[in-house]
Design a protein around this ligand. Structure first.
Ligand SMILES: [Zn+2]
Length: 262
C-alpha cells in the first residue's frame, strides 16, 4: 500500500470527482494522503474535508509563494489551529526564490515564525524550497529545528540531500523522477538509503512523464514508485513498504487510510 505524502486534494479542481478519485486510488493501493496547507483562508476548508475524508491527514501552514495575500498575524493562529485540528505537520512552509515571489526578508520572517510554531508543538514540517536548499539548511541549523519532516519535491544534489537527511528529514520524490532527462535526481535516488525518501505527487501539479498538460492525481503514485524501483533495482513492494514506513516515522501523528473507519 502506498501513501501520497504531498497532494493538494483540497483544491477546487478536485471538487467534481473527489469521491471517485479516492475510490480509484484505493483500488490502486494508494490509501494515505497528506494534504499540506497553502493559504490561511483555505485552512477551514481543509478541516471540512478532513471530516468527510478520514483518510486525509492535514498539515496547516502558509506556502511561501502565496505570501502576497497573507498577513504575518495569521501565523498567530497557526499553533492553536494545528492543535485543535489534528495537524500531522506544519506546512507547506519554506522559501520560494522566484521573480514573482515576495522579497526574501519577508519570506524569512514568515518561515521563522511558522518554524517556531512547529517547534513549540513538537511537529515536523513540510518544506517547500525553490532555489533555496542551502539557505533553508542554514536556517534550520541556526534555529536548531529538531522535529524533521519532508523536503517536498526534492531536486537538489546528493550533498544537499545528505545535509537534510542529517537534520532528520526525508526527501519527497515525485513525478520528476519519471523523466529520463532528470539525470541529477536519478543519481540521487540511486544513492539514497531505504529510510531516506517518501513518495509524493504534488497533485494537481508536477505531472509524470507522458501525462504533461493533464491534472496530476495520486493515481500516479504507483508510476512514480515503479520509476524508483527501476532506478534502484528494487521490487515495487519494497518501495511501497519502505516509503510508507518512512511517512509513519517522520509524521508520528499520521493515520493510515486503511486504519480509519468509514
Ligand atoms: Zn505543494
Amino acid at each position: 500500500m502506498y501513501i501520497d505524502s504531498h497532494c493538494h486534494l483540497d483544491f477546487t479542481v478536485f471538487d467534481e470527482d473527489r469521491d471517485h478519485l479516492i475510490e480509484q486510488c484505493r483500488h490502486l493501493g494508494v490509501d494515505g494522503f497528506i494534504i499540506p496547507g497553502t493559504k490561511f483562508e483555505r485552512w477551514n476548508n481543509q478541516v471540512l474535508l478532513k471530516a468527510r475524508y478520514p483518510m486525509f491527514s492535514m498539515a496547516y501552514g502558509i506556502h511561501p509563494y502565496f505570501l502576497s495575500d497573507e498577513l504575518i498575524v495569521s501565523v498567530e493562529y497557526l499553533g492553536e489551529f494545528c492543535e485543535n485540528n489534528d495537524a500531522v505537520a506544519v506546512g507547506e512552509i519554506g522559501l520560494d526564490i522566484w521573480p514573482t515571489s515576495l522579497p526574501l526578508d519577508l519570506q524569512l520572517s514568515f518561515f521563522r515564525s511558522q518554524l517556531s510554531v512547529a517547534s513549540t508543538l513538537n511537529l515536523p514540517i513540510i518544506l517547500h524550497a525553490r532555489r533555496s536548499y542551502d539557505l533553508l539548511y542554514k536556517e534550520l541549523k541556526k534555529q536548531r529545528f529538531s522535529y524533521g519532516g519532508v523536503v517536498h519535491g526534492f531536486s537538489g544534489s546528493l550533498v544537499q540531500a545528505k545535509r537534510f537527511i542529517e537534520l532528520g528529514f526525508v526527501l519527497g520524490i515525485g513525478g520528476n523522477i519519471t523523466y529520463t532527462r532528470a539525470s541529477k535526481s536519478i543519481k540521487v535516488v540511486k544513492e539514497l538509503k531505504n529510510e531516506d525518501f517518501v513518495l509524493e505527487t504534488d497533485s494537481p501539479d508536477m505531472p509524470v512523464m507522458g501525462l504533461q498538460g493533464e491534472r496530476n492525481t495520486p493515481r500516479n503514485i504507483p508510476l512514480i514508485a515503479q520509476s524508483i524501483a527501476d532506478i534502484r533495482q528494487q521490487s515495487l513492494h519494497s518501495i511501497a513498504k519502505n516509503t510508507s514506513m518512512n511517512v509513519c516515522r517522520v509524521f508520528p501523528k499520521f493515520v493510515r487510510g486503511s486504519n480509519v473507519e468509514l
